[in-house]
Write a protein that binds this ligand. Structure first.
Ligand code: PHE
Length: 358
């Protein structure tokens, strides 16, 4: 075929290509390894110098022409494809948006964050421990030996042991106090931590559920006293309830503290609703005391050098008080109407400078 005939053949083929795939076939036919123009180029090598002087420039010109025709057509096809898409795809921006269901933050989570924010400001770090505990951490290390009545009083849930395994069964922790021991072991003295989390006791009525939440507090150093405990708690309650709250310490007994005290906060009971920080009523909210020397020793801390205070407070209980929630059981029933009513917006992150939550 003459160069002119080749030129018109490929001009026509390029013009006729309807899409990029067809155009690619044309390109391969002309310029691919076995393409007609490529083969012609290869023949140049066999020609005489005189022939080559004529054919060389002519072939190069043909090659350039077809290459630029291919490129121009390719751009044209891409533009056409885009135009077609723009014509056929469209979006009605006036349509109403699809609703997005938004969850809420559970009051227990919110209050846990509030508690952590307040104690963090007083230099307490947050520590955590497992909900399934060994007998040792939940009881023995806390000076509650096997025969101690406190074990029976706690209505403990015991885990199964395999047949023939005679170790004491693990338990669902009955309080957050085992985290005291774990923290002593992990970091030694001095310590300033709170440990929030779920705990378990076999109990169920308006103010008791088999799973509930506590926050443990523990401060250990060389000169800690009950006075520090009282100040810390009053500071906490006043920040938490947003008003000055008086506390009342009543002598009590826990195996892991000596002396021990139960702590009430001041409240009024007018018109069937509780108001914290006013009136002359009292409401029990926590157990506390000076950490028992045997407990310090169990945690590897020398009771001759260090002492500390500890407390355990019901998170659900103070959430009910602050937000006027009447029945504890509803906390764990996952009723959407309840969650929407008492839940918090996810952006309502409690901070001290932001004044905590409403
Ligand atoms: N662990 C106790 C309870 O669950 C509370 C407590 C904690 C008491 C720390 C004293 C010190 O009732």
């Amino acid at each position: 075929m003459t160069l002119d005939a080749l030129a018109s053949k490929y001009r026509a083929a390029i013009a006729a290509a309807v899409d990029e795939a067809a155009l690619e076939d044309v390109r391969v036919g002309a310029m691919g390894k076995q393409g007609e123009i490529s083969l012609k180029m290869r023949e140049l090598g066999k020609m005489s110098p005189e022939e080559r002087q004529v054919m060389g420039p002519a072939l190069n010109a043909l090659k350039d022409e077809i290459a630029s025709a291919l490129a121009a057509k390719k751009a044209g096809l891409a533009d056409a494809a885009l135009d077609e898409r723009l014509r056929s795809e469209w979006l009605d921006v006036t349509l109403p948006a699809r609703g997005r269901p938004a969850g809420t933050i559970h009051p227990v989570s919110q209050v846990t964050e509030e508690v952590a924010a307040i104690f963090a400001d007083m230099g307490f770090a947050v520590a955590e421990g497992p909900r399934i505990e060994t007998d040792w951490y939940n009881f023995d290390a806390l000076n509650i030996p096997g025969h101690h009545p406190a074990r029976a009083e706690m209505d403990t849930f015991y885990m199964q042991r395999a047949e023939g395994d005679n170790r004491p069964p693990n338990v669902l922790r009955t309080h957050t106090s085992p985290v005291q021991i774990r923290s002593m072991e992990a970091q030694g003295a001095p310590i300033r931590i709170i440990c929030p989390g779920g705990v378990y006791r076999a109990d169920y009525d308006q103010t008791h559920t088999p799973m509930f939440h506590q926050v443990e507090g523990l401060a250990i150093d060389k000169n800690i006293s009950m006075a520090n405990l009282k100040w810390t708690l009053e500071e906490f309650f006043s920040a938490f309830f947003g008003t000055k709250v008086k506390t009342r310490f009543r002598a009590s007994h826990f195996p892991f503290t000596e002396p021990s005290a139960e702590v009430d906060i001041q409240c009024s009971w007018e018109g069937g609703t509780v108001k914290v920080g006013e009136g002359d009523g009292w409401l029990e909210v926590l157990g506390s005391g000076m950490v028992h020397p045997k407990v310090l020793a169990a945690g590897g801390i020398d009771p001759e050098v260090y002492q500390g205070f500890a407390f355990g407070m019901g998170i659900d209980r103070i959430a009910m008080l602050k937000y006027g929630i009447p029945d504890l059981r509803a906390f764990f029933e996952s009723d959407l109407r309840w969650l929407r009513h008492y839940g918090f917006a996810s952006l309502d992150v409690p901070t001290l400078h932001g004044g905590l939550s409403r």
